[in-house]
Design a protein around this ligand. Sequence first.
Ligand SMILES: CC(C)(COP(=O)(O)OP(=O)(O)OC[C@H]1O[C@@H](n2cnc3c(N)ncnc32)[C@H](O)[C@@H]1OP(=O)(O)O)[C@@H](O)C(=O)NCCC(=O)NCCS
Length: 215
Amino acid sequence: MHTSVTVRPATRTDADPLIAVLAEAFHPGPLAEWLIPHPDDRRTVYHRYFTDAFHHGLAHGQVYTTGDQTAVTIWYPRPTPTPTDNPRRVEELEGIAGAYAPKFVLLEEMFDAFHPDQPHHYLAYAAVDPRRQNRGIGTALLTDYHRRLDQLGMPAYLEASNLHNRRLYLRHDYTAGPTIALPTAGPPIWRMWRGAPTGSGRTLFPPTRPRRRSL
Ligand SMILES: CC(C)(COP(=O)(O)OP(=O)(O)OC[C@H]1O[C@@H](n2cnc3c(N)ncnc32)[C@H](O)[C@@H]1OP(=O)(O)O)[C@@H](O)C(=O)NCCC(=O)NCCS
């Protein structure tokens, strides 16, 4: 762990810098290019998308940042299976992403459909300011939260959108399950599970079964 990183819960006063961190960190990469090929459009939509994600995280999840506001994680404790159908979500995504909404809807539906039913905490977003990446800040945030999960005996779940992240999470005791294959030439998404600690290791990746018949 990076010794100079302090981790603390985020509040509304962190909104502007942390929404910028989220939008900038997620701007490059195969998933971003699939969602919105044009970089300028992506910048505009991502700012709206992550404004919504940040405030949703504060209201319904657990949001953490660093003392210098250069990184953010948004976690959702999911002690019971979450209902997948939010009738307002399509409308919300149309307001956020306009013409690009169909792919966001598809992505969120796929993520929901393959979400494990077992109790866990879901890491929806982890982002470090691109100018500060590869210095151990992401590792510090993850380590801090994982320590609490291990004390609770609680697993963690996330979707990794590229091989670099997948490698990072493997080092944090996640195992990779079957990928989610997005249609229309979307990139592979790796489902990853960090089991609860047992005497001899960690609990195994739960069996996968799509939660919606249509997918
Ligand atoms: C994924 C992300 C959150 C990781 O945060 P980070 O601060 O860059 O991660 P870390 O620095 O802790 O670890 C990344 C690399 O730095 C190395 N590293 C760790 N501690 C380090 C330190 N103190 N000094 C230098 N390098 C370090 C790690 O070994 C790792 O190397 P790798 O390339 O072999 O994987 C960040 O890169 C990011 O925001 N990416 C874009 C958004 C994204 O994809 N988020 C995840 C969605 S699944």
